[in-house]
Design a binder for this molecule. Structure first.
Ligand code: SAH
Ligand code: SF4
Ligand code: F3S
Length: 463
């Protein structure tokens, strides 16, 4: 059998998607071809996530499909990579359908792992033994890999992720990330900015800096300690880059003013702050090992709003954390109302093996209650999004066009053969309008004619 086509699918966060993009670039360089068609592929790669049980279940059900596919094509090579690979290691390799298990710290070896598995006709395991131990070798490999293979795989034209930090040291009691991504490391600013420059040369207009707690970025070089605000300033000086975002922020006073000042003073830095709250109850926040109170969180929100009145704020929440009472939950509802989020990501608590909350606390909130709280909180947020979205009616907004919307044929008006496009404002509002597909990756001006909680609709203004 000749191994040429590779199908790769991401199941996780933006970090995970960035890893996928780099792996695609490495595979292409090694003369493999990337295919969207899983049924005709020779190699399958699942880049997995462990953050909630549901994320892992999705991977297992996809592996179920591969089992069926392998019946007609037994030679297919199946690689499971990413956070779940690191978490389960050998156990995953014991799945009959799996040939390669490769952790997030070993992705630089992916091409050789595939070759080894094919040539020796055997299963291959590559994960980190002691993930919480600083490992210079691993870091060096990842840094080299990152400096060769950039993230821009044109999934969304003109946009790219750039990693600012790896890993996490926060140990929120519910979270698996520190156990699968290892210790927190800030990348050298020079390496980051070189990457931004290369991406700009390739036509990238917007970069998003990534880190689990990106606002805690800190890199010591001689006398100087670089923080995220320094990165934003250096990236602002790169010609061709027009918009800069960073995600996600941990609510903390440290560097907060510098970052908000950078946002105020640097026009390229988007007025968008994704800052996760998780809960509005101080008791639950403490049990989550989050180092702030609801009032402190709202204090940061106020400071950001005072400095930048059109700032869009997004947040993450977990409902049904162990022992969460109706009163705790109502405090979360209050916080959501006060924070005036553009949007919020709400998750039902999912106990993750090895984490503090899983080992020490009972998952005692029944699923129906988690579900109800999730729906209730979403409804509160929806009202807020709707209220905030109305402000845009009749306004002309600058957007960066991502490409065709999911239903490009919809809403065709008379005398307009253009498909429906999807775009975003600097503040991350989704804007849908009709326009030529060639606008993908370009800036455009759109006049907003209709709003809904999550989407603004409008008409393209002629340049
Ligand atoms: N580093 C980011 C979050 C990464 S995980 C931060 O701290 O801001 C993304 C989101 O998944 C988290 O913000 C949290 O809301 C959710 N999450 C993490 N672990 C979870 C769990 N065990 N159950 C449910 N949701 C979880
Ligand atoms: Fe997980 Fe907390 Fe780290 Fe975010 S900050 S990745 S929630 S441990
Ligand atoms: Fe991301 Fe999931 Fe790993 S959220 S860091 S892919 S556990």
């Amino acid at each position: 059998m000749i191994y040429q086509n590779v199908h790769i699918k991401s199941f996780g966060c933006q970090m995970n998607k960035l890893d996928t993009a780099m792996i695609k670039a490495a595979l292409k360089k090694a003369s493999y071809q990337i295919t969207n068609d899983i049924d005709s592929t020779d190699i399958v790669i699942f880049n997995t996530c462990s953050v909630r049980e549901h994320a892992e279940e999705r991977v297992f059900s996809n592996l179920g499909y591969i089992k069926h596919l392998k019946k007609s094509k037994p030679g297919i090579i199946v690689c499971v990579i990413g956070c779940m690979a690191q978490r389960l290691g050998e156990k995953l390799l014991n799945e009959p359908v799996v040939d390669i298990v490769c952790g997030p710290a070993q992705i630089s070896q992916i091409v050789s792992l595939i070759q080894e598995s094919i040539e020796k006709n055997k299963k291959v395991l590559a994960v980190t033994d002691n993930i919480r131990k600083e490992n210079c070798e691993i870091n060096k490999n990842l840094e080299e890999f990152e400096s060769v293979f950039d993230s821009d795989d044109k999934q969304i034209p003109s946009q790219a992720f750039v990693r600012a930090m790896r890993g996490c040291n926060n140990f929120c009691s519910y979270c698996i990330v520190p156990y699968v991504r290892g210790p927190e490391i800030s990348r050298p600013p020079q390496a980051i900015i070189e990457q931004v420059k290369r991406l700009a040369d390739e036509g990238v207009k917007m970069v998003t800096f990534l880190g689990q707690t990106v606002n805690s970025y800190s890199y010591q070089a001689g006398e100087k300690t670089y923080c995220l605000a320094d990165l934003l300033e250096m990236a602002s000086e790169v010609n061709g880059i027009e918009w800069i975002r960073f995600v996600t922020n941990y609510p903390s006073d440290k560097y907060f003013d510098q970052i908000i000042t950078a946002m105020t003073n640097l026009p390229k830095v988007c007025n968008y702050l994704h800052m996760c709250a998780q809960s509005g109850s101080d008791r639950i926040l403490k049990a989550m090992n989050r180092h702030y109170t609801a009032a402190e969180y709202l204090g940061l929100v106020d400071r950001a709003r005072d400095a930048i009145d059109d700032i869009a704020i997004a947040g993450d929440f977990i409902v049904g954390f162990p022992s969460e009472t109706e009163e705790d939950f109502q405090q979360t509802v209050e916080l959501v109302k006060k924070a005036r989020y553009k949007n919020a990501f709400i998750f039902k608590y999912s106990p993750r093996p090895q984490t503090k909350s899983e080992m020490k606390l009972q998952d005692d909130v029944p699923d129906e209650i988690k579900k109800r709280r999730n729906i209730e909180l979403l409804a509160v947020q929806n009202n807020m999004s709707e209220e905030l979205s109305k402000v845009f009616l009749g306004k002309k907004l600058t957007v960066l066009v991502e490409g065709l919307s999911k239903k490009p044929h919809l809403n065709k008006s008379i005398n307009d053969d253009n498909p429906q496009l999807i775009a975003r404002t600097a503040t991350d509002w989704i804007v849908v309008f009709n326009g030529p597909a060639s606008l993908a990756g370009e800036f455009a001006t759109v006049e907003i004619t209709k709003t809904s909680p999550l989407t603004l609709f409008g008409q393209l203004c002629k340049a």
